[in-house]
Design a protein around this ligand. Structure first.
Ligand code: ADP
Ligand code: MG
Length: 676
């Protein structure tokens, strides 16, 4: 049976069993579903076409017995000469003393490894006796742990397949195999381990990509459905005329996108289902304005609202802007970790007694001590900085508030439907009218002088500039020193009437406030800052963003920084000072100069960085797939998503026997295991 322990296999003793367990392989099924991590598809080419330093595969005849030398207890070097097309090629194998016995003079052998064209030598990492079956030899490589070698795991898998392959049953309905022209599960497993040809491998891979993505999307769909059924949300009786009146008197008219999103949110708020919605929109697209309207709407329905942001500066700034928008109509309070003691206790008291309508704060808002009387609406800004657990904690507080997650890092669609498949998604894809495109330039450090003059010109026009200081990775102390150095340098460079400010992470909240205030009032003309200004600061008169060491930032981060300017109606500029060494870095700079569209940038970022990196470490909540790769398998993801939606909508798991196997795999227990 597939569920048998690996112990039933020949060659699996206690030690091997332990090593396999490290790879999360305990049963025969685990083993046969442990797919290669890499394939080498080596085409056998004539010698003169082989490229120096490439990985190549050659076939030749062994000209004389191999020569074996030991140099250390386990270290050995085996050399042999192989005749190919009448040329003698030297082959070197390290630490494979055992191969000496297998490689006999006159035998044909297939060798793969690194080619040294100057010495006509190959450093072998894989060999096989005889000629390959076809012109294209596919080698499989597994990622292994402990004492398990690639050969060992291949042997065990071959052994398992020969005995148990027949037990591998189909889980997809027949009709899917037909319409997508994909092989059945058993054949696909066999082809993934021992591919006959690149084509059969491709089909096998396609099948498992689809299977994985379909299962994932199905679980997400069911989870979403379950959220809706379980979470007895609140039907908020919004006072529509009051809210509309409030929107009327705003100093601007809402964009079409803002209106559309507000409708989507309103529908959720007024329905008995708890909202779980992600609001995406580029920097400055007016998300905060939307959130403010929603918070106010909830207050008119008799509820309290909470607004969570990642940093204290941002909390303070949002507090200011909410107070200025909402005025005396509601009671708004700021609650950050720097508010302590008696003051804090008073605020907490007021929240419980519902003397406070809207609370703005950082993570401290979700601490146990904060109790709400009637929590109705929660906004979480820059949501990818909050873990899944934290979201849950907040949602469990008070009633079942409607929750709006906002992100200014536009998440590529591929990732959004994958990582946030259990949420509804709203998008603001339109900037307020009158905004000018920010012009972006990429310069090398030797043009610093011109950059400094460019800053001077902005100051002469009465405008202001941010200068983001060089960044030293993983050393806050160095960042700090760099910022100070730059600050002093600029003070020397510019005449006295130019006021330069310095903002960094070691300042107290009050000090930061004072500096930001002076900058907002144009008392400071040039603000030197470490990346603390990354999020949310709003000074429309600042029209120039200069970023040192721009190559050290990801595209999304650069875009965030750039979003600090271009907030008013004046032409804004962004200057990237960078000297990237690699192609990826250069490509990033080019893309930055070419587009202002956050969604385009994030798609590019994803391509350059890969999904694992996109959200930063571990917090991503991204599923790990064995075969699928959500960047490259984007189309399959779309198809799987539609199929999953169709299955759930039509209740096929319950109604149609063809879906029996799938149903077992996405049962409640299976979902709980995956997500809890
Ligand atoms: P985001 O939170 O998406 O970065 P904000 O809501 O902070 O964007 O809006 C950025 C700036 O644009 C703010 O100064 C805000 O007052 C203003 N704003 C928001 N919506 C509009 C609009 N529809 N028309 C003009 N200005 C707007
Ligand atoms: Mg914002």
């Amino acid at each position: 049976m597939l569920t048998d322990s690996v112990e039933v296999l020949k060659g699996v003793g206690e030690k091997t069993k332990e090593d396999l367990a490290l790879m999360e392989i305990n049963t025969i099924e685990d083993l046969v579903m442990y797919f290669p991590s890499r394939y080498d598809m080596a085409e056998i080419k004539p010698l003169q076409e082989l490229i120096h330093d490439d990985n190549v595969t050659i076939v030749g005849t062994i000209m004389h017995e191999p020569n074996l030398q030991f140099y250390g207890p386990k270290k050995s070097r085996l050399t042999l000469t192989v005749g190919i097309e009448n040329v003698a090629v030297k082959a070197v194998m390290f630490n494979r003393a055992f191969a000496k016995k297998q490689l006999k003079q006159g035998d044909k052998v297939t060798l793969s490894g690194k080619w040294d064209a100057h010495r006509l030598q190959i450093t072998v990492n894989y060999y096989q006796l005889g000629e390959p079956e076809s012109d294209v030899k596919i080698q499989v490589f597994y990622s292994v742990k402990g004492n398990i070698t690639n050969a060992k795991i291949k042997g065990l898998i071959t052994q398992s397949l020969s005995k148990y392959a027949e037990s591998i049953e189909e889980i997809l309905p027949e009709s899917y195999l037909d319409s997508y022209k994909i092989p059945n599960r058993k054949d696909a497993v066999i082809q993934l381990h021992t591919p006959d040809s690149p084509t059969t491998l491709k089909h096998a891979r396609r099948r498992f990509v689809y299977e994985e993505l379909l299962l994932f999307q199905l679980k997400m769909n069911l989870l979403k459905q379950r959220h809706k059924i379980d979470a007895g949300g609140i039907e908020q009786q919004i006072d529509i005329p009051i809210v509309e009146g409030f929107i009327e008197q705003l100093p601007f008219a809402l964009t079409g996108a803002q209106q559309k999103v507000l409708q989507e949110i309103k529908r959720d708020m007024t329905s008995p289902i708890q909202m779980n919605r992600l609001l995406q929109g580029d920097v400055g697209s007016g998300k905060t304005a939307v959130a403010t309207i929603c918070l106010y709407a909830s207050v008119t329905a008799g509820f309290q609202g909470a607004f969570m942001v990642p940093t204290e500066i941002l909390a303070e700034q949002h507090y200011e802007s909410l107070v200025s928008m909402l005025g005396d109509a509601v009671n708004i309070t700021l609650l950050t970790s720097s508010i302590k003691g008696k003051k804090r206790r008073e605020i907490l008291e007021e929240i419980v007694e519902q003397k406070v309508d809207i609370v703005i704060g950082t993570h401290s808002l979700i601490q146990e001590e904060v109790k709400f009387a009637q929590l109705g609406f929660v906004v979480i800004d820059e949501q990818h900085r909050f873990g899944v657990k934290q979201r849950q904690t907040l949602r469990e507080k008070g009633l079942s508030p409607d929750v709006l997650f906002m992100t200014a890092t536009p998440i590529p669609r591929t990732l959004a439907i994958t990582a946030f498949g259990d949420m509804d998604v709203s998008i603001i894809d339109e900037l307020p009218a009158g905004r000018k495109e920010i012009e972006t330039y990429w310069v090398k450090e030797n043009m610093l002088d011109r950059v400094l003059q460019f800053i001077q010109k902005a100051i002469d026009r009465g405008e202001q500039a941010y200068v983001v200081s060089p960044l030293i990775e993983e050393s806050e102390a160095f960042d700090y020193q760099n910022a100070i150095d730059l600050y002093e340098q600029l003070q020397d460079y510019y005449p006295e009437e130019v006021n330069i400010g310095l903002l960094h992470g070691r300042l107290t909240a009050e000090e930061k406030d004072a500096i930001m205030n002076d900058f907002a009032l144009n008392k400071i003309h040039v603000l030197v800052a470490t990346t603390v200004i990354e999020v949310g600061v709003n000074v429309p008169n600042a029209t120039l963003m200069v970023i040192y060491d721009a190559e050290r930032f990801g595209l999304s981060q650069l875009h965030q920084l750039r979003g600090r300017v271009g907030r008013g109606d004046k032409q804004s500029y962004c200057i990237l000072i960078a000297d990237p060494k690699g192609e990826v870095g250069k490509e990033r700079m080019r893309i930055m100069t070419e587009t202002n569209d956050g969604f385009v940038l994030s798609e590019e970022d994803l391509k350059l960085r890969g999904p694992g990196d996109f959200f930063g470490k571990k917090q991503s909540g991204l599923p790990e797939f064995k075969v699928a790769d959500i960047v490259h398998d984007y189309r399959a993801l779309e198809v799987a998503r539609q199929d999953a939606a169709n299955i759930v909508q039509n209740d096929l798991l319950e109604q149609d026997p063809a879906y029996k196997e799938l149903q077992l795999l996405v049962s409640d227990e299976a979902i709980d295991q995956r997500f809890d």
